[in-house]
Each structure stands twice: as C-alpha cells, then as structure tokens.
Design a binder for this molecule. Structure first.
Ligand code: M7G
Length: 292
C-alpha cells in the first residue's frame, strides 16, 4: 500500500531513545498537530539478496592500508529500506513506553494484584482497540496465518508488527485469544488449560507449516505485566532477542501450563516479579503503598 509521504509533515520534539547496535531510533513529535511516535529501524541484510546487492550497488573507497580496505556501498533502493512504525495519535503512555529509562523490580503478591495493580490497570492501561480490530477482521485480516474459530479455545495467529516477515531470523508472531476479558497471566486458572494447550499445539503446527520452523526453534511465552490487557501469546524464533523483551517479563507458555496443572490457583496466589520503569504510574502506586 502506497500512502504518500506523511512523514514530510513530521516535526520532531525529542529523540526518545536510539541504538547504534540495534540500528533504530524512537522519536516523539507532531504529525498535523497530533502527538506521534515514529520508530525507524534498519532491516537485516538478507543472504538471498546478496547477489543483487553486489551487482546493483556503487562502491566508494574510503581507505586502503595493506590488506585492509573500507568502502561505502550505495545499495539499490529496494535493498535499502527502513522499517517504519507510526503511532498517531500517541498517548503520554506511548511516549513513555519508548523512552529509555531506569527500571525497578516490583514484587506483587496475589493481594497486591487485587488492591494495587488491578484498580490501576482498569483505569490506566493502553486501549486494546487494535486487538478488537484484528478479531473483527477490520485490520490486518490479510496477515492472519492461522485461525481457530472456536469461541472458548479459539485464537488468531498473525505476525507481530515488530516483524517485517522478510527473514525467519527475527520471526515474531502473536496469538490472540478470541475470548475477551482475560486480561493477563493473573486471570488464568485451570479452566483456561484447554485454551492454552490449544494455542501452544496449533500455534506450533501452523508455524511449522507456514515457515518450516519446528517447535524446537521457538520461544513461546506471555509477558507479565503486558502492555495490552487482552490475553496474547508471543511466538519468536529461539535466539532472537526481541527488543523490549527482558527475561523478567517473560513466562514460558509450557511452564504456565504445568503450573496451572499442578495448582489451579497458581497465578492468583503466587508472588510475581516484574520490572517497571521509573515514570510508570503503577510504580508510584507501589511506592505509595510502601512496597518499594
Ligand atoms: P505485550 O507483551 O502486551 O507488550 O505484547 P510489549 O509490546 O510491551 O511487549 C504486545 C505485542 O503486540 C507486542 O509484541 C507488539 O509489538 C504487538 N503489537 C502491538 N500493536 C499495537 C500491534 C498491532 O497493531 N498489530 C500487530 N500485529 N501487533 C501489535
């Protein structure tokens, strides 16, 4: 889909974070007077494009010394794309999400969840409208990789928007439950085991079929706290360190299933640990409660 260059109107307010290693930059600014966040990311160099790159580029020598030389290679435009994500209008929460920040580990008991976390997320969490758009086929319908339409154990599997689907190295899909109202790990009980097992089994099968990637190459997990409180499961390629995916937030689906099998109330009663960024409103609630 071509859609003109909306970015020519973009006015930068602030660089939220950038990384020379990840070759990305997160920018806050204005698009037609609305707050926007733009993410620019250089895409990986693909082996299957090397021949085209070598023959179709121009090469400028920078320096030569003995057996060493460095060049600037001007790649043909189709091999020199920048993956661009635009969030507009962006909320204050989006701007914070992408800002580089110090974080603190929070210890949340089952009681803390009820008295501190739940009331906070009921008021403050990100809209899940984008999830409903996917479930209602109003957006991304052409990207669906697999669908199980059962109202209780059903789900949709589709590429996460972090993945451009150009190479398997950074494969990233999400499974979204059709059932609404399961907010996160904390809402799961034994009654959800058929749902979780179904996602695990059929998600793995669909990925093997579509991408020839076996289950032994997959990392399948949930985040706690998630950003979006509608239950979803992440499927990434083993070994790919997806940005924003620290070990503390990840709970392997295989473990979640076993924990619920051995204790139906596991995620209602356990103390869960997760990092929160310094300006996260939920962190302030934990501070006010004297828990930090
Ligand atoms: P999360 O664990 O709730 O939050 O995962 P995180 O972003 O902090 O990890 C939500 C996942 O949904 C992330 O991997 C996002 O990249 C992905 N995602 C978010 N949005 C708004 C979209 C979208 O509009 N489409 C798709 N396909 N994926 C999205």
């Amino acid at each position: 889909i071509e859609c003109g260059n909306i970015l020519s109107e973009f006015k930068t307010t602030k660089v939220l974070s950038d990384s020379a290693r990840e070759k990305n930059i997160f920018i806050h600014g204005k698009l037609a007077d609305q707050d926007a966040v733009i993410i620019l990311e250089k895409t990986p160099i693909r082996e299957d494009t090397l021949a085209e790159l070598f023959t179709g580029s121009t090469l400028k020598l920078e320096m030569k010394n003995d057996i060493y030389s460095t060049y600037r290679l001007q790649a043909p435009p189709q091999l020199n794309e920048i993956k661009t994500t635009v969030v507009c209008p962006a909320t204050e929460k989006h701007i914070k999400k992408y800002q580089r920040q110090e974080s603190f580990l929070v210890e949340e008991t089952g009681a803390d969840y009820q008295s501190i976390t739940l009331p906070y997320i009921q008021k403050q969490s990100f809209s899940v409208q984008w999830v409903y758009n996917i479930l209602e086929k109003k957006a991304e319908a052409d990207r669906i990789v697999f669908e199980d339409p059962d109202p209780t154990v059903g789900f949709l599997l589709l590429p996460d928007f972090k993945w451009d689907q150009k190479q398997i190295d950074d494969l990233y899909l999400i499974a979204i439950t059709l059932q609404r109202g399961i907010r996160s790990l904390r809402d799961l009980t034994q009654e959800h085991l058929p749902l979780l097992q179904n996602i695990f089994q059929k998600g793995k099968e669909a990925i093997l079929q579509r991408y020839q990637l076996p289950a032994s190459k997959l990392r399948v997990y949930l985040h706690y706290q998630p950003s979006y409180y509608h239950l979803h499961v992440h499927f990434t390629k083993l070994g790919y360190e997806a940005p924003g995916c620290g070990v503390e937030r990840a709970h392997l689906l295989a473990d979640v299933i076993q924990n619920l099998q051995s204790d139906p109330e596991y995620y209602k009663t356990r103390t869960l640990y997760f990092p929160l960024r310094v300006d996260d409103g939920l962190l302030s609630k934990y501070k006010e409660a004297g828990r930090l």
